[in-house]
Design a binder for this molecule. Structure first.
Ligand SMILES: [Zn+2]
Length: 308
């Protein structure tokens, strides 16, 4: 049985897939456009999410009933792909789901649906998207720093940012360290959308519990040493890397490279609806030997959070 350690819940897109599937078809076309093909990985991701936002903008679909269908479909996918556990990145604000008082209402629905499927478990991580405005982030970190109905239900935070967000990273660094000292897990997306100078900067200031992607870190001896010495698992996502142009897994397997360097690795779907992938596809693209596959399965079990 598998553990999925790097998976964004992407609830708006999942709702669209259920309520207006033809719009998700439009998203597929973006991958073929010149604008997409000529862009950097970070620009490509931005382009995709801008398209998702525009497709969900006027959609009057964000009801409690739709949310429940979204959750059930995710649990169906877990069963179909033999995934027993997910560390799931959720939005810590209610976003388009206006009937929610807080993201805790969404977690309640997960818990209720999980109570009917006792073989499955999900641990929640609050996504911290540092590309948001400082005001939005201030509000978010206020929520995360309080012991309330949301923070008692999450295992930690998962950060993503772009190079120009570093001043914001600095602004919240002390809070992040405090959260970590208080027992919250801190995952950070690194070695994906920006160069290793930024990763050096970040890792000199905080030691994450796990790293999202991390494929570019493998090119830097000092970063490899750091990751290995701290036993940090790299949560890799082959299809995402290949579609965004971060690394072409058809040519080489960063997972294999990492394992040979003695670094723990998990294989994941990242944003499975956005990248139209499944865990089966990810493993097939990862091209692992039987022994490497077994190592990845063991890492998933060892490094996942909170065996609920
Ligand atoms: Zn990710």
């Amino acid at each position: 049985m598998h553990s999925l350690l790097h998976c964004h819940f992407e609830s708006a897109l999942r709702a669209l897939e259920i309520a207006k599937p033809e719009r998700v078809g439009y998203l597929r076309g973006v991958y073929e456009t010149d604008a997409y093909l000529q862009s950097t990985p970070a620009e490509r991701l931005t382009l995709l999410w801008q398209t998702v936002m525009s497709l969900t903008d006027d959609a009057d679909i964000f009801t409690e009933a739709t949310f429940r269908r979204v959750v059930r479909r995710l649990l169906d996918e877990m069963q179909a792909s033999r995934i027993e556990h997910i560390d799931l990145r959720i939005g810590p604000s209610t976003g388009r789901w206006r009937w929610m008082h807080s993201a805790g209402d969404g977690i309640d629905i997960f818990r209720e649906e999980l109570s009917y499927r006792t073989a499955l478990s999900i641990t929640f991580l609050a996504g911290v998207n540092m590309t948001k405005t400082q005001d939005q982030l201030d509000a978010l970190f206020d929520v995360l720093s309080e012991q309330d109905d949301l923070t008692t239900r999450i295992a930690g935070v998962d950060l993503n940012f772009l190079p120009y967000d570093l001043p914001k990273f600095n602004r919240y660094l002390r809070t992040l360290r405090n959260l970590q000292t208080g027992g919250m897990k801190v995952n950070i997306h690194l070695g994906e959308l920006f160069n290793n100078a930024i990763s050096h900067y970040v890792l000199a200031r905080i030691t994450p519990d796990r790293i999202g992607h991390g494929v570019l870190l493998l090119d830097d001896e000092a970063l490899v040493d750091f990751v290995r010495a701290n036993g940090i698992c790299l949560d890799m996502c082959p299809t995402s890397n290949t579609l965004l142009g971060v690394a072409d897994w058809n040519r080489t397997s960063p997972a294999r490279v990492a394992l040979q360097l003695g670094i723990p690795v998990s294989i994941n779907t990242d944003d499975p609806v956005l990248f139209r992938t499944s865990l089966e596809s990810e493993f097939s693209l990862a091209g692992l030997t039987g022994d490497e596959y077994d190592q990845v399965i063991a890492c998933g079990r060892k490094y996942r959070y909170g065996d609920a």
